[in-house]
Design a protein around this ligand. Structure first.
Ligand code: SF4
Length: 256
């Protein structure tokens, strides 16, 4: 349904292109799917550039080629791309910033496309993340949200885990609030709970996706935890952090 709507919107782009001399570039997860790009090339030939999730860093080069050589470009590489640092980020405000700490996902929940289009988990180096946050702090940002498809399986190498990263972000002067999304319940380890408990900056509003309250449905979803394990986690967190508040995601009507 969403894909259909997405494709329908391309028709609008054609009108814009006809009225103005512009370059149309389309990118993102869906472009990693071969049948989508085939359809685009066949039915929407006015699109100049198609790029995937691992070639964002090449968009300026693609635009240059389109302008200078009038080429149609499809710039997609398969999953497990490298991490490119230093790409410009447009932030929507100057107090709160989201900082990606890892890409991809290894979990293969049965309803999710992410591992297929974003590849396996790749974590940014701790120093790159911390330097980015220090720069943000200097610019006056106060609130940081650490982002990852499975944020708490962050692996900075040499046994540097998500809890280590949280501790180091806490030390950055100027940052007052730290959040993270989305953790996976199976990776919510005690060291992370302890860091949150000790922290003066990490938000006590924790988002812990449940997805389903039935162990059978969780199994069909390939979530890798049971109802009991999820409840046990929530109780462990509540015991250590009494003022914690939870939010969650629940899929209603999962087709088995
Ligand atoms: S953990 Fe999240 S991103 Fe990864 S497969 Fe499951 S739903 Fe998708």
């Amino acid at each position: 349904m969403q894909k259909k709507k997405y494709l329908e919107n391309f028709g609008e782009l054609k009108k814009i292109k006809e009225n103005k001399n512009i370059i149309i570039a389309i990118g993102g997860c869906m472009m990693q799917e071969e049948h989508i790009t085939d359809k685009l090339k066949k039915s929407y030939s006015f699109v100049d550039i198609i790029f995937g999730t691992h070639t964002l860093h090449k968009v300026p080069e693609d635009i240059y080629k389109t302008i200078t050589k009038k080429e149609k470009i499809k710039d997609i590489i398969d999953i497990d791309g490298e991490i490119y640092e230093g790409l410009p980020v447009k932030r929507s405000n100057n107090k709160q910033a989201s900082v990606t700490i890892m890409y991809g996902c290894n979990n293969f929940c049965s309803y999710c496309i992410v591992p297929y289009v974003r590849g396996r988990e790749r974590s940014r180096k701790p120093e790159d993340i911390l330097n980015e946050i220090k720069e943000l702090a200097k610019e006056g940002f106060k609130e940081i949200t650490l982002l990852g498809q499975n944020v708490n399986s962050y692996n900075g190498g040499n046994n540097y885990k998500f809890s280590n990263l949280l501790k180091d972000v806490e030390k950055i002067e100027g940052i007052e609030i730290i959040r993270f999304i989305s953790p996976h319940p199976k990776d919510f380890t005690d060291d992370v709970i302890e860091v949150i408990k000790q922290s003066k900056k990490i938000s006590k509003l924790l988002h812990v996706p449940l997805q389903a309250g039935s162990t059978n449905v969780l199994k069909a979803m390939n979530r890798k935890y049971t109802k009991e394990q999820y409840l046990n986690l929530i109780n462990r967190i509540k015991k250590e952090i009494p003022d914690v508040v939870f939010s969650t995601d629940v899929i209603v009507g999962f087709p088995r």
